[in-house]
Design a protein around this ligand. Structure first.
Ligand SMILES: *[C@@H]1O[C@H](CO)[C@@H](O)[C@H](O)[C@H]1NC(C)=O
Ligand SMILES: *[C@@H]1O[C@H](CO)[C@@H](O)[C@H](O)[C@H]1NC(C)=O
Ligand SMILES: *[C@@H]1O[C@H](CO)[C@@H](O)[C@H](O)[C@H]1NC(C)=O
Ligand SMILES: *[C@@H]1O[C@H](CO)[C@@H](O)[C@H](O)[C@H]1NC(C)=O
Ligand SMILES: *[C@@H]1O[C@H](CO)[C@@H](O)[C@H](O)[C@H]1NC(C)=O
Ligand SMILES: *[C@@H]1O[C@H](CO)[C@@H](O)[C@H](O)[C@H]1NC(C)=O
Ligand SMILES: *[C@@H]1O[C@H](CO)[C@@H](O)[C@H](O)[C@H]1NC(C)=O
Ligand SMILES: *[C@@H]1O[C@H](CO)[C@@H](O)[C@H](O)[C@H]1NC(C)=O
Ligand SMILES: *[C@@H]1O[C@H](CO)[C@@H](O)[C@H](O)[C@H]1NC(C)=O
Ligand SMILES: *[C@@H]1O[C@H](CO)[C@@H](O)[C@H](O)[C@H]1NC(C)=O
Ligand SMILES: *[C@@H]1O[C@H](CO)[C@@H](O)[C@H](O)[C@H]1NC(C)=O
Ligand SMILES: *[C@@H]1O[C@H](CO)[C@@H](O)[C@H](O)[C@H]1NC(C)=O
Length: 414
């Protein structure tokens, strides 16, 4: 019995009781960099001949190709190709001492008549959704046996028996697990030093968010899920999920306030060319106006009124914004923290953002268009260049000052 336990302990992430899809991705040095063992069920509805809507169910096969998967320092992609042009991919990003899955994209080929018999369309369709795989400790394996179903416009995906480790270091899988909340016996462990529940492996509670921002005093705002219905009977016509914080500058003072979704009431309207979302909380009122210019939608106007800690009222707005732009019929998604300058006195920060102000079908988000993450990749070399330039200037300046001083005091410099 003892041997059995110690054997499992020694293998940690590697041994898994399920017969799911197992993939090992190697980096350019041929070292393991991403490990996944999981099960996925798809339920897809599509238009079939004789004007009927068909729904089919199928599993992610055990036999997949992971050729297109990539591992970088802070981002990696698990790309699984299977069957006749179908694929399932997960994007991971690392941030300090945690990593998370940002999005799952499922692409299916409706011309594959073995899966989609009598399909009217022969197109390849993609849906992007956001899984709840967050705050996974670096160098730990994410483990979740419970089922998570993620709904999108015409696809439901059920994930379970998951064991995933992204950003594997030194080619060796971790023996430690980050277990999903659904698997833990109590939904919210209150102490971080809780004794390990499972006898076999170490269970780490999700690590606290990384402290990369210079002002870590304010907690991340909770993510609110807001929706607008045209009338009581129908499904939502506008969907918006985000955590939101405002930063207000008043003279020398700067203050940040989080929007508390639990104390926020939602109202607004949907139209063909403009939609509006109004959020009223105990501390602030935010009005967001979206426009549709036939192909694209964007956030055009934002008004914020707030009560500051001093008791003073604050009101700022901008009606010529062009933010959160995506194609009409899809949604806009940005998981990373964003910082938008609305006016000289008002900044707005968003977290885990996904919005769709037009063309919502069945009350669910459509395929997401993700925000550009390139901007920071572009900024880093620029910042390094500027820093180098400044350094050169300082060295030159020091040289000339030194030279001048030497000459003034009568010494000859060489
Ligand atoms: C997805 O699940 C919802 C809720 O269970 C159900 O109403 C819907 O029909 C499902 N869609 C598909 C494509 O299976
Ligand atoms: C079935 O589809 C055809 C063409 O797509 C259409 O002309 C017809 O009206 C439809 N029939 C019904 C009963 O919806
Ligand atoms: C997954 O799909 C298979 C076949 O479609 C089905 O037998 C099984 O019950 C499904 N499992 C879950 C958890 O939905
Ligand atoms: C989609 O499926 C059809 C039929 O199986 C196949 O001919 C086609 O190459 C597939 N498309 C892609 C992009 O693989
Ligand atoms: C898809 O269907 C359209 C019309 O039904 C046809 O013109 C087109 O060639 C088909 N494309 C493929 C790749 O089969
Ligand atoms: C597992 O976690 C323990 C305690 O958190 C830590 O001391 C140990 O180094 C971790 N082991 C690995 C392989 O990460
Ligand atoms: C489990 O954690 C303890 C201390 O927290 C550590 O001594 C032990 O090595 C860990 N076990 C594994 C398998 O990492
Ligand atoms: C709302 O639903 C009720 C019962 O389902 C129906 O009788 C009524 O016509 C609906 N009203 C609207 C405006 O759709
Ligand atoms: C908001 O309410 C939910 C459920 O009512 C609760 O779980 C959560 O902790 C609350 N969040 C805050 C920030 O109060
Ligand atoms: C967007 O605007 C165009 C042109 O005004 C209109 O045809 C279209 O229906 C609108 N889209 C939605 C989803 O309302
Ligand atoms: C924002 O505030 C301005 C000035 O008070 C007002 O004209 C505008 O209608 C407001 N916009 C929204 C979307 O409420
Ligand atoms: C947000 O952006 C503004 C302007 O770019 C900048 O001054 C401020 O420091 C940023 N705040 C944070 C917390 O990043």
């Amino acid at each position: 019995m003892f041997r059995y336990f110690s054997l499992l302990l020694a293998f940690g992430c590697v041994i898994h009781p399920s017969h799911g899809t197992e993939v090992m991705v190697k980096d350019k040095d041929d070292k393991l960099c991403l490990y996944a063992n999981l099960m996925v069920n798809f339920s897809v509805s599509y238009e079939a001949a004789d004007n009927k809507s068909n729904t089919v169910q199928f599993e992610l096969p055990a036999n997949v190709m992971s050729d297109g998967s990539t591992c970088e320092e802070t981002s990696s992609t698990l790309l699984l190709n299977f069957g006749a042009g179908h694929s399932w991919s997960v994007k991971f990003t690392a941030n300090g001492n945690v990593y998370q899955a940002d999005s799952i994209t499922f692409t299916y080929n409706l011309s594959d008549s073995t899966i989609f018999p009598k399909s009217v369309s022969n197109e390849t369709v993609s849906v992007t959704v956001r899984p709840h795989i967050t705050d996974v400790g670096m160098d730990t394996c994410y483990s979740c046996n419970s089922k998570e179903t993620i709904q999108a416009e015409s696809v439901n995906q059920t994930l379970w028996n998951m064991l995933i480790q992204a950003f594997v270091s030194n080619g060796t899988q971790s023996k430690n697990l980050t277990t999903c909340a659904a698997d833990l016996p109590t939904p919210a462990p209150t102490t971080h030093n809780a004794t390990t529940v499972a006898p076999v492996t170490n269970v780490t509670t999700p690590a606290p968010p990384p402290t990369t921002t210079p002002t870590p005093t304010m907690p991340t705002p909770s993510t609110g899920k807001y929706s607008i219905k045209p009338d009581d009977n129908s499904t939502a016509c506008l969907l918006a999920n985000f955590g939101l914080r405002i930063g207000v500058k008043q003279g020398e003072k700067y203050e940040e306030i989080n929007l508390d979704p639990n104390r926020t009431t939602v109202s607004g309207s949907c139209g063909g060319n403009s939609s509006e979302l109004v959020l009223v909380s105990n501390t602030m009122t935010i009005t967001l106006a979206f426009t549709n210019d036939t192909k694209k939608f964007r956030l055009q106007e934002m008004n914020v009124t707030a009560t500051l800690s001093s008791g003073a009222a604050f009101s700022e707005g901008n009606s010529s914004l062009s933010l959160w732009e995506a194609s009409v019929g899809s949604s806009y998604m940005c998981n990373k923290e964003q910082n938008y300058t609305i006016t000289s006195q008002l900044s707005v920060f968003t977290f885990d953002l996904q919005v769709q102000p037009f063309g919502v079908k069945k009350g669910l988000f459509s395929t997401a268009e993700e925000c550009q993450m390139d901007s920071e990749n572009f900024l880093v070399p620029v910042a390094v260049g500027v820093a180098l330039l400044v350094l050169i200037l300082i060295v030159l300046l020091a040289y000339f000052i030194g030279r001048k001083r030497n000459m003034a005091s009568g010494y000859e410099s060489f």
